[in-house]
Design a protein around this ligand. Sequence first.
Ligand SMILES: [Zn+2]
Length: 83
Amino acid sequence: MHKYGDCSFCGGEVKGEKVELDYRYKGKLYVFQNVPAGVCQQCGEKYLTAEVAKKIENRIQTKQKWDKTIAVPVDVFIEGVVV
Ligand SMILES: [Zn+2]
């Protein structure tokens, strides 16, 4: 029995890896690197254990100084405009 079970989207094998994770919390986007997560080998879906998810929210709430802040490009799709 492995930690993450099979992928709930495609049924593929989910393996434990260290990943970069985008995490949205209260409208803000955070990036966490080197996060232990399960990654589906077939479709790439990421799975977090409840423990890791809790840790991430705890860090967002308590962390004072972040290692890095990056600018994220944003594009708003406008319907009917063909690029
Ligand atoms: Zn999958």
